[in-house]
Design a protein around this ligand. Sequence first.
Ligand SMILES: C[S@@+](CC[C@H](N)C(=O)[O-])C[C@H]1O[C@@H](n2cnc3c(N)ncnc32)[C@H](O)[C@@H]1O
Length: 411
Amino acid sequence: MSFSDQFFRALGIAPGDRRQLNAFAERSGVPVPRLRHYNDGNILPSGDDLPRVLVAGGITELELMLAMGRLTRETLNAIQANAATVAKLLQAQSESDAGPETATAAPRIALETELGRLYQGDCMNLMPTLDSDSVDMIFADPPFNLNKLYPSSINDNLKTERYLEWCEAWLTECIRLLKPGGALFVWNLPRWNAELAAFLNGRLTFVHWIAVDIKYSLPIQGRLYPSHYSLLYYVKGPQARVFHPDRLPMQVCPHCAGDLRDYGGYKAKMNPKGVNLSDVWWDVSPVRHAKYKRRNGANELPLKVLDRVIELSTHEGDLVFDPFGGAGTTYMAAELKARRWLGIEIGPTDDIVQRFAEIEQDRKILADQRKELNALFPAQVRAARERTGWWTCESVRIADEAKRQRALNLG
Ligand SMILES: C[S@@+](CC[C@H](N)C(=O)[O-])C[C@H]1O[C@@H](n2cnc3c(N)ncnc32)[C@H](O)[C@@H]1O
């Protein structure tokens, strides 16, 4: 992570001035690499380093925490208790900081269907024009600030606090737009979603942190293999207006369709409609094959994720909004599932427009995927199990009935 040198600034060390940094290290007894670590990660020193840094910097712990934006509950409580005074101070500060108004380009319509509308432009210019409490579900998959090249040439390498500030700005608008009972989903790396969840916790109701099991980078020395994306799920108000999760098929051997574990006496208790959807989604594959990719370059989510999220949280006719269009996966899923939708992409929108011109391809993918849902054994698996003599819901039911009859006859 890279921060804007809040730690160095608080201690009076000019960023980039090695002489000052070395002198501070000598004065405090805290070695330069550790000082850099605190600065680069905006990490509050602890243990013996803390008093050393405070003395050498001539600063109190509270001032250092405030300068670094690392507040404890206790500090927050103190701020709360003095809210009026603090607000006056901050108000005066933000008025003196305010720069000249910058012109904002109005988004232009790039595509319209009977159900939806796609804009080309910046979502931060579109959202303020939309009505409060007007959207049933929002799905947001923003850039991850990983210095990726997007077709839009947005800056994907912001300082950490700038990125988080930007995320908080569009999240604040999303929260305003959501209807009571509406759902917000945020797809991001765990590292960012941990921060965004802390922001959302005080504004919406937490429902789930969904781990979507997809490997997203190469193994890194000294780290666990990053293997899940985080999908935050929040609702506005105490509970979701719609909660309708799909049920999944039971996992079977991909070769013989046989059991992967021993279900023993539980077979009869398993719901023929499938297994409950959990907060770990293990059955999602990344869109890698060129045949399925709608756009070169930046990430594109599998249709399966959006199908699942829309099914879970909306009814037909509901309004879905996604502020980060990309290849238009949310809009396509909404269109195919008869939801109204609204979207915007800051970069070129041609790929999304083209995708809608070839909508039959996505329709088929979606239909094929949905055939596998809401049955413990989808048709093909069931047929394979019948062929190889594995149990099915039907065979278990018949065996149970026979057992019951035998018991009755004996009685
Ligand atoms: C990770 S991609 C979204 C992928 C999308 N979920 C999909 O499955 O195709 C993020 C997209 O947001 C766009 N974007 C970034 N900043 C934006 C902004 N301020 N307004 C609108 N779109 C933005 C980027 O150009 C990029 O295409």
